[in-house]
Each structure stands twice: as C-alpha cells, then as structure tokens.
Design a protein around this ligand. Structure first.
Ligand code: UDP
Ligand code: MG
Length: 310
C-alpha cells in the first residue's frame, strides 16, 4: 500500500501527461516513502490514454484507466478514489494549475493528524470575464446554501483513507466532490495556493458546461430552491387575498378601479413564476430520475492494472 496516491483526471491532455508525470515524480520522491499516480483518462479523444500507458509501462508507480466515453471530471475523480490505494490521496488537475509544490505542505498537515487538507485559491489566476461572473454567482449561491465558503475552494485537496472510504460509501450518482469533502466532515485544515497558468492545451470548460455544472450541483446538493417555490406561492396567495379585499371595498364604495393593466401584469407575473417553479421542480425530478435509474457513475473500458492485482 503506497503512502500517497495522486489522482489526476485527464481529458484530452496528451500534451500534459508526460510533463506532469516528470514534475510530480521528482517532487514525490523527495517527500513521500512511496506513492502512486492514478491517471484517469475521461474518454479523451486524443492520445491521452496512450501517453498514460507509455509511462505506466516504464514506471510501475503509475496506473491508468480509460473511460468508455467522457463522463466528466466528477466521475473521473470518483473513479480515481475507487482505484487509489494510498493511506492518503490527493486530487489534482493534469495541467499543473494546481502547483505541485503544495503537495509536501499538504503531506505535513496530514502527518500532523489532519484528515482533510483543502487547497484554497489565494488568487483565481487568469480567466475570461464571463467565466468569472458565472462562477461568482454559482459559488455565491452554493456558499449561502451549504453555509460554507466555497468561493476559493477547489478540487485540489488531500484526503485521508478514512475520508476516501466515507466518500465512496455515498450512494448518489450525481456527485459534487468539492462540497462533499466539506459535507463528510473530519478534521480539516486549509492550505493556500496560487492558481498557475495552464501549461499546454486549453481549458475544457465552456460557459454552457459551467452553467449546467452549476445547476446540477445546486440541485444535487440542496432542496432549498424547491422551498422557494412554495414560498412564492404563499406570497402570491396573500397578495391575491389583499387585492380581492381592496377590490371588493372599492366596488362597495362605487368607484371600482379600471383594472385591465393590473390583470395583465398579474397574469404575466404569476405565469412567469409558475413556469420558473415548474422548471425548478422539473430539475429535481430529473435528478431523482437519474438517481433512480441507478446507472454507474462511469464505465471503465481499459486499465493498466494487471488482472491479478485487482
Ligand atoms: N477534466 C476531466 N473531464 C472533463 C473536463 C476536464 O477530467 O470533462 C479534467 C482536465 O483534464 C483537467 C481538470 O479536469 O485535469 C481541470 O480541467 P480544466 O483545466 O480544463 O479546467 P479549469 O482549470 O479551466 O477549471
Ligand atoms: Mg485547468
């Protein structure tokens, strides 16, 4: 059992694999007794898995798995957790935006007895402005909902074996790793790091995929939006009662209002809210549907592990 496992989700990262491996190996050899690198190729369309296989053939501390298609980074992280065997496990990106120099610091904290060491971004690095705004809104909502400051959090973290096992116990298919590692609790410490420039290739996120990621994560983590729906409902019922009373009084006094614009406004307002509410409920229904189907989080098509070692 290696002391430390590093999980590296990789999607179309053929240019990064070799370099990331060399950098990590050199650092890890100095700060750990033993380690393994677990590369998960997330259904890459380029030669990522071939690169991984090449390194795994040369260095037995490197292991790799390939998904049958792109399942997303969350799935890749969980596949990595499942495959990892270390007493401690670190999850980090393949593009070295998570600076590897932080690894020894995380390890020190772990040796001091912390079970989760969160990597916190002290700066977000360069990113495009739309991306900045959407992530800002998303983390604002998430932080308020789960009552933890998520703004600077990232997937870069160290987890003790106990924590990895606890995470693997979770049955849900739609996972949000960053928040779940808060949710499971345990003795937690923070480590700050500066987000680096991506070495090769470009970011895999589009604004569309980020919005989808945000909606998925909010709905898989909290049911508060569903409660908003009924709160809106109550507010409108109360308003409606107030308005009815007012109309009746005016009618009795013989100066009933010329109410046409009011009617249209109300129709529009309530119609809009009903549609939004249906949308929110629909989103949850979709989540429930996905979970009930009970499909696996990912499908592995190839691994570099030999059969007997499984
Ligand atoms: N990634 C993945 N599956 C995906 C998208 C991304 O495994 O569908 C990996 C990617 O290879 C990288 C990490 O997730 O190691 C972070 O992705 P990226 O650098 O594109 O995101 P950013 O740093 O821009 O947030
Ligand atoms: Mg990146």
């Amino acid at each position: 059992m290696p002391q430390l496992s590093i999980i590296i989700p990789s999607y179309n990262e053929e240019q990064n694999i070799e370099n990331t491996y060399t950098v990590l190996r050199d650092i890890l050899q100095q700060c750990t007794e033993s380690f393994e690198l677990v590369f998960i190729s997330d259904g890459s369309k380029d030669g990522t898995y071939e690169e991984i296989k090449k390194i795994a053939a040369k260095d037995e501390r490197v292991r790799g798995a390939e998904f049958s298609r792109n399942f997303g980074k969350e799935a890749a992280i969980f596949a990595g957790l499942e495959l990892s065997r270390g007493e401690a496990t670190i999850v980090m990106d393949c593009d070295l935006q998570h600076p590897p120099e932080v690894i020894p610091v995380m390890l020190e904290k772990w040796k001091e007895g912390f079970e989760v060491v969160e990597g916190i971004k002290s700066s977000r690095g360069k990113e495009n402005p739309i991306h900045g705004v959407t992530t800002g809104i998303f983390y604002g909502i998430m932080s308020a909902l789960i009552k933890m400051d998520m703004k600077a959090s990232s997937d870069y973290k160290l987890l003790d074996r106990k924590v990895v096992d606890a995470l693997l116990e979770l049955k849900e298919k739609n996972t949000f790793f960053r928040a779940l590692s808060f949710w499971v609790g345990f003795k937690t410490e923070k480590v700050y790091y500066e987000v680096q420039e991506r070495k090769y290739g470009k970011s895999k996120w589009s604004t569309r995929s980020l919005v989808r990621y945000a909606v998925n994560n909010v709905t898989s983590f909290t049911t508060l939006p569903l409660k908003f729906v009924s709160i809106f409902g109550y507010i409108f019922v109360i308003l409606a009662i107030g308005l009815t009373v007012q109309t009746l009084v005016r009618f009795a006094m013989g100066n009933s209002a010329d109410g046409f614009p009011t009617v249209i406004l109300l129709l529009l307002g309530i119609g809009g809210l009903i549609l939004i509410s249906l949308g929110i409920i629909g989103n949850y229904l979709a989540r429930v549907y996905e979970e009930v189907k009970g499909r696996p989080r990912y499908i592995i098509s190839n691994t570099t592990d030999k059969k007997e070692s499984k």
